[in-house]
Every structure is written in structure tokens, then in C-alpha cells.
Design a protein around this ligand. Structure first.
Ligand code: PLP
Length: 448
């Protein structure tokens, strides 16, 4: 279906004159030009030309409930905004939200709120370095921790280099990238550098180059290495937090307890947010109780805190996770069937309310029963030897086909997907079975 997208095109033309690349976050500059959203409506967005799309971008993760705030959340946000947007003094609602997070997330005793996921990981790395007195951090190749100096690093542990211009090589030398799911490599890196490693920083599920699930035992191995060498295990749950595993987050689902956890996205209920949580004896090293400086004018913003608290309370009191996870499973199962029929070399990935088809180049059998609702890295699956296990495996997929042909096709069918092959797609509480069916038909129309 071709749609009139002239208004988006004209807005992008204006934007290109006054904003670099026409956008405020690089990932939004989709091919051939972005869809400018005028408003959200449940699971849908409506663009400036009046087109309606089923939305799986969902703000790149924060919008667990979809675009409409339920009454309780909308009331809390409006109350906070009408009482003066912020004060630079503590408020009750930030204590309430910190208590909620500490009550539900296994590893969290204390929490510091900040304004973005990036700020959370920057602060977590500084805290880990301050606490341990060490400089090096281990990260996963293809992991993403926001737009920050310490983690925009590629290569391997012996040859790390900045992944963008603007970062000195001497900064990158403190970062040790390893492949996700490779126990042997991370053991080797610890044997060589363990005494200097402040922290391992890892997404429990690779969500920005993926979706890649951990192999059985991988996080336990990281936990054990950190214990043996006195390093901190930091889970970056900016995507998975309050999505994978519900209110206990991915650490509860996998049964592995990190020392620190970074949050963002859902915990702010759609407003800018980040947070660092963890063991009290570590988190108390933040100033003013400790010697690791951390501060922010907008941190713990009352409107954000009110939105985050009302969102999580809504999730605790309603069937949010049952709903989004069931639709996620329905999508992954449907996609596995479609791919088996038309594109057996591709791999369906995801868990809970995250899903994606990786345009992999497998030559063996399609996914079989153990992974029929998304790749589980299960050795019993016929595809096990070729399913994406690292960020590099996803990067080797048919990314151009995804970005330039598939995504624009889906946009034409009225299904809005993230900019590229790497970013996760999200199901919200507002999506319905009818949306899922329409979505599966659109996928089938592309592949058949
Ligand atoms: C989105 C994301 C970040 C960065 O958060 P921002 O709010 O965009 O700065 C960090 N880590 C992970 C795992 C993310 O998904």
C-alpha cells in the first residue's frame, strides 16, 4: 500500500536545515525519511499526513502501557505538573518510587535517580571504579549502554578502540570488550586483567544488537568471575527492567543477582529517567554519603517520579505482564511459522514482550520446538549451531535488506518498526490480538 507521506517529507526537509541529520537521536533518521508522529493512540501512532500505524517502536522501550496513560497515571502526572514542575529539594514521591524499586528488584537496596539511561551507566561505571579503586571495565561486543565514553568501544580486550570519533584512544584502553555468551573468552580476560577489573557491565539480554538471549549458565559464570576477582557485576536493565521478568526484572527471571543495576525507560513512565540501584554498601559511595561525586539539577524530577510510580503501581495491580507476554509469544510463534515457510534462513528472537526477526544467513534447519516462541539458545533446537549468539552474529545478518526494503514495506502496510535490524520491537498493554494478526499478515506479505 502506498501512503501519502508528504507532510513527513516536508517536516524532514525543514528539520535538516536546523538539526544535524534532522533528528535529536541518531536512530530516528529512518530510510528514506522519518515518519513524523503527530500523536499516539493506544497501540497506534498517527502521523502528520493522517496515516495510522500499529506501533512497535513504543518510544524505543519506555511505553509498556502504550500511548494512552491510564487514568491513575494521567492524574498523577497532571497533579505533579500543576504543583510546579520541580524544586531542587527532595519530595515524597521519589522516596515512594525508590521504595517500590527496592521492594521488587532482588538486588536493589538503595537507588539514585538520574535523567537518562546514559547518565545511569556513566554513574554506575564511576561508582564501580570509585568503590573498587580499579579502572578497567569489561563490556560485551554489541552491547549498548548509551552514548557514553567508557562503553562506545569496539575491538577486543587486547585491541580496544573507540567506536566513534571524539573519544581518545587513551580512554578506550580502560575498556575490555568480549563476545557475549563466550565463557572461555571472558575467563581468559579475567586471568589476564582480573585484578584491574572494576566491573563487568552487561545487558542481561542483548536488546540493542539483537535480541540475543544468554546461554544457560553465562550470567552465573560472570557472577562467579566477579566474586573471584573482587569485581562488581553490573546489569544494565535499561531495556529489560520492568519488562523482562515483570517487576522483578531480568535478574529475577534468570536468578542471578548483580551488585549494581542500571534502569531507565519504563521506570520513568514515559518521561526522561535513569537510575542506579544496588547493594547499600556500594551505592552509599555516591556523594553526599560517599566520595564518588554524582549530582543532577533534574534528578528525581517530580513529574517523572509520579509517572514512574503510577506506572509501576498500575502494573502491580493489573494483568499487564500476562497480556504483553502472551501477545509477544503469539507474535514470535506466528513469525516462526511464517519464516519456516518463506525464509528458513532467518531467526525469530525475543522474550516476554520483546520480539524481532533477525535476517540471519543460516544454512541449517529452521528453528524447532524448543525455540518456536523465540530463540532460547537451546542446544535441543535444530538451529542451535547457527542462531545469533553474539552482537557480531546479528551484525552479520542482511541488515541492508532489513533497513531499506523490509522496514519501509512494513510502514506502507501500517506497521511502524524501529529504524534498523538491531533494535528490539516492543508489545504494549494497548496492543490486541487483532493488532497481532494484522502484523503477522504484513510480515507474510513481505516474505511470500
Ligand atoms: C536505551 C538504553 C540505554 C541508554 O538510555 P538513554 O535513556 O537513551 O540514555 C542504555 N542501556 C541500554 C541497555 C539501553 O537500552
Amino acid at each position: 500500500m502506498t501512503r501519502n507521506r508528504e507532510a513527513s517529507r516536508a517536516l524532514y526537509d525543514r528539520a535538516l536545515s536546523v538539526m544535524p541529520g534532522g533528528v535529536n537521536s541518531s536512530v530516528r533518521a529512518t530510510q528514506p525519511y522519518p515518519t513524523f508522529v503527530r500523536k499516539g493512540d493506544g497501540a497506534h501512532v498517527i502521523d502528520h499526513d493522517g496515516n495510522r500505524y500499529i506501533d512497535y517502536v513504543m518510544g524505543y522501550g519506555p511505553l509498556l502501557l502504550g500511548h494512552d496513560m491510564p487514568e491513575s497515571i494521567s492524574a498523577a502526572v497532571q497533579r505533579a505538573a500543576s504543583e510546579g514542575p520541580m524544586y531542587g529539594a527532595p519530595t515524597e514521591v521519589e522516596v515512594d518510587l525508590a521504595e517500590f524499586v527496592a521492594r521488587h528488584v532482588p538486588s536493589v537496596e538503595m537507588v539514585r535517580f538520574v535523567n537518562s539511561g546514559t547518565e545511569a551507566t556513566v554513574s554506575a561505571v564511576r561508582l564501580a571504579r570509585g568503590f573498587t579503586g580499579r579502572n578497567k571495565i569489561v563490556v560485551m561486543q554489541g552491547g549498548y549502554h548509551g552514548a557514553q565514553e567508557s562503553t562506545l568501544v569496539e575491538g577486543d580486550a587486547e585491541h580496544p578502540r573507540p567506536s566513534t570519533s571524539g573519544i581518545p584512544q587513551s580512554f578506550a584502553e580502560h575498556t575490555l570488550p568480549v563476545p557475549f555468551n563466550d565463557e572461555e573468552r571472558v575467563r581468559e580476560v579475567f586471568e589476564r586483567h582480573g585484578e584491574d577489573v572494576a566491573a563487568v557491565l552487561v545487558e542481561p539480554v542483548l536488546g540493542n544488537t539483537g535480541i540475543v538471549m544468554p546461554e544457560d549458565g553465562y550470567h552465573e559464570t560472570l557472577r562467579g568471575l566477579c566474586d573471584d576477582y573482587g569485581s562488581l557485576l553490573v546489569f544494565d536493565e535499561v531495556i529489560t527492567g520492568f519488562r523482562v521478568g515483570g517487576l522483578q526484572c531480568a535478574q529475577g527471571k534468570f536468578g542471578v543477582t548483580p551488585d549494581l543495576t542500571t534502569f531507565g525507560k519504563i521506570v520513568g513512565g514515559g518521561f526522561p529517567v535513569g537510575a542506579i540501584g544496588g547493594r547499600a554498601d556500594i551505592v552509599e559511595h555516591f556523594s553526599p554519603s560517599g566520595d564518588v561525586f554524582q549530582s543532577g539539577t533534574f534528578s528525581g524530577h517530580p513529574v517523572t517520579m509520579a509517572a514512574g510510580l503510577a506506572t509501576l503501581e498500575f502494573c502491580a495491580e493489573n494483568d499487564v505482564y500476562d497480556h504483553v507476554n502472551a501477545l509477544g509469544e503469539q507474535l514470535r510463534e506466528g513469525l516462526t511459522d511464517i519464516v519456516a515457510d518463506y525464509a528458513p534462513e532467518y531467526t525469530v528472537v525475543g522474550t516476554d514482550s520483546m520480539f524481532k526477526v533477525v535476517f540471519s544467513r543460516a544454512t541449517t534447519d529452521p528453528q524447532s520446538e524448543p525455540c518456536s516462541a523465540g530463540c532460547r539458545q537451546d542446544p535441543e533446537c535444530a538451529r542451535y549451531g547457527e542462531c545469533p549468539k553474539t552482537g557480531a552474529d546479528v551484525a552479520n545478518a542482511e541488515n541492508q535488506r532489513w533497513d531499506r526494503l523490509f522496514r519501509p514495506f512494513m510502514e506502507g502496510e501500517g506497521v511502524l518498526l524501529p529504524a534498523n535490524q538491531f533494535e528490539s520491537q516492543f508489545v504494549s498493554y494497548a496492543h490486541t490480538e487483532a493488532d497481532v494478526e494484522e502484523t503477522l499478515s504484513a510480515y507474510e506479505a513481505f516474505f511470500e
